[in-house]
Design a protein around this ligand. Structure first.
Ligand code: NAP
Ligand code: 8YV
Length: 317
């Protein structure tokens, strides 16, 4: 008998192709789980932001493995899964380069006013209106990374190649890293031209970027968020951008996706993108493959390839 799995969200065709006929896949894009199949579901693919919480897990009594399409697993109640012996895996590492590149893209686009300058040419202003103002160079600037993990370290190396001084904030110093650790986020923000957020979401990091951090970054400062929307106090951010207490923001993630507050959309000093930091064909294919391979490895060998650190241990065979 093939294991039956449930895919939450519209399944990308390459993910289905990789799973092949090794499993019987059910798809749930919205609404409730089909009660007739629920008792047979042994694997779950979390390919959307839909919460995989204790209530959902309760509906799947035969569940043994959850595979997240993505590295961040803040939508999954891993403690509840672990308590049931359910393994949880994610697609770490394969997206490091492209997510770091996208953070760098946002930094460069904001510092050079790329979006405004594109609009200037499209409006036909070139030759008729004053040229756009001069922008700022990232060369030699101090950039703070919040979350010097797999992606953060990839980004730090790229920033160094651009001639930036890198500082970082996290819950603990990383003595093997050549960058300066800053235990106080407000103090770090005060020293930085730009702050780049690339840490996990969830209750521990929610609201980490407070009004005080934003004010410390200041009127010449830039906030880049490729982490999770809830890490930032969004209301404080909007107020600071509107009042000129913060210079600019470049945001790929938002508190209530896909809803982006009109107040943010109205601001000229922000760049907004729809959670696409990992969205290249190459990286997404690698993510689809790893997401499927975690399911396949679990059912073939009893363990996922890339479990999350807090996952239930692989069952003894
Ligand atoms: P990772 O290797 O686990 O690194 C996370 C880093 O964040 C670690 O250095 C950790 O350091 C730090 N951190 C964790 N909790 C923290 C807290 N409460 N306060 C301060 N620092 C904290 O993860 P990764 O693979 O680099 O991915 C990072 C995150 O990026 C993901 O979880 C996801 O949310 C986000 N992401 C977004 C996109 C996108 O499309 N926009 C794509 C990929 C990833 P310490 O343990 O020392 O604190
Ligand atoms: C994905 C992400 O776009 O990996 C993550 O944590 O946020 C992105 O790479 C997201 O997981 C959607 O599947």
């Amino acid at each position: 008998m093939k294991p039956e799995i449930l895919i939450l969200g519209a399944p990308p065709p390459p993910l289905l192709a990789r799973l092949g006929d090794a499993v019987r896949a059910h798809v749930l894009t919205e609404g409730d789980i089909d009660a007739r199949a629920a008792g047979r579901i042994a694997g779950l693919v979390s390919s959307s932001a839909r919460p995989v919480d204790a209530a959902l897990l309760e509906q799947l009594p035969a569940l043994r493995v959850i595979s997240k399409l993505g590295v961040g697993y803040d939508n999954i109640d891993v403690a509840a899964a672990r308590a049931r012996g359910i393994a949880v895996a994610h697609t770490r590492d394969v997206l490091n380069a492209d997510v770091a590149n996208f953070a760098l893209t946002l930094l460069l686009a904001a510092s050079r006013g790329l979006v405004c300058e594109d609009a200037y040419v499209r409006r036909g202003d070139w030759g008729r209106a004053p040229m756009p103002p001069l922008r700022w160079s990232i060369e030699g600037e101090t950039i703070g990374i919040v979350g010097l993990g797999r992606i953060g370290r990839t980004l730090a190396a790229k920033l160094s190649a651009f001639g930036c001084e890198v500082l970082y904030h996290g819950r603990r110093p990383q003595p093997d890293q050549p960058y300066e650790y800053c235990p106080d986020l407000v103090a770090m923000a005060r020293r930085c031209r730009a702050l780049i957020l690339i840490l996990p979401g969830g209750p521990e990091s929610a609201g980490l970027v407070t009004a005080q951090v934003i004010d410390a970054l200041g009127p010449e400062g830039l906030l880049v968020n490729v982490a999770r929307g809830e890490v930032v106090d969004q209301e404080a951010l909007i107020a600071a951008l509107r009042e000129g207490r913060l210079g600019q923001a470049a945001l790929d993630v938002f508190a209530d996706e896909p809803h982006v507050p009109q107040a943010l959309r109205d601001l000229p000093n922000v760049i907004l993108t729809p959670h696409v930091a990992s969205a290249t064909r190459e990286t997404r294919l690698a993510m689809f493959n790893l997401c499927a391979d975690n399911i396949l490895a679990f059912f073939r060998e009893g363990a996922c390839l890339t479990p999350v650190p807090e996952s239930a241990p692989a069952p003894q065979t």
